[in-house]
Design a binder for this molecule. Structure first.
Ligand SMILES: Cc1cc2nc3c(=O)[nH]c(=O)nc-3n(C[C@H](O)[C@H](O)[C@H](O)COP(=O)(O)O)c2cc1C
Length: 181
């Protein structure tokens, strides 16, 4: 059986190091695990209950919900913006949290990881992302921590794919997600 892991990245930047984490996860996925990187979070409208009707949510929201439903587990990769997660990731979590009690995230194993420029590697953002994902119904694995500091310098010349700590951390995260499925 193949375990499908969907990654949602909290940065829209073309050169995003968190997106590179997602690429590293895809490149080093353990046997039996595939990693899909979801594109389109930049085009996802801000969550609005008026848009989320029985006749249909916006196209990007439907795409995100379908991708989440089709996945067995979710890997959230995020930088930290002003001490919390970027709005783009929170917005994605909001869309997949609804309908209340039956959102696409419900019951999915989830891990939060990432990198930020600050010396704590974005731990506040990660805590907030874990909290939001848990409230949205995900089965969040708390004890796996991968918050890599000084992103801009550490990954200036080295892709996270070639960083031993990152690769080990992401591989462990994927194996744990697979074990939770
Ligand atoms: C609006 C904004 C706020 C930021 N606030 C923080 C912060 O609170 N803590 C931190 O460690 N880094 C902060 N940073 C730096 C980001 O962590 C850094 O730019 C990160 O590498 C971006 O991730 P990316 O490479 O995936 O785009 C901030 C950056 C921006 C643009």
């Amino acid at each position: 059986m193949t375990i499908r892991v969907l990654t949602l990245v909290g940065s829209l930047r073309a050169g995003s190091h968190n997106r590179q984490f997602a690429e590293a996860a895809a490149a080093h996925a353990p046997e039996g695990v595939t990693v899909e990187i979801h594109d389109g979070l930049g085009e996802l409208p801000f969550y609005n209950e008026d848009l989320d009707t029985e006749t249909g949510a916006p196209e990007q929201a439907q795409r995100l919900r379908q991708a989440t439903l089709a996945a067995d587990a979710v890997l959230l990769l995020t930088p930290e913006y002003n001490g919390t997660m970027p709005a783009v990731l929170k917005n994605a979590i909001d869309w997949i949290s609804r309908p209340y009690g039956a959102g696409a995230l419900k019951g999915k194993p989830a891990v939060v990881a990432g990198t930020a420029f600050g010396r704590y590697g974005g731990v506040w953002a990660q805590e907030e992302a874990r909290k939001a994902a848990r409230v949205a119904g995900a089965n969040v694995v708390d004890e796996l921590l991968l918050a890599v500091p000084f992103s801009h310098t550490r990954f200036a010349e080295t892709h996270p794919k070639a960083d031993t700590e990152v690769v080990e951390g992401l591989t462990k995260a994927l194996s744990r997600l697979a074990a939770e499925c």
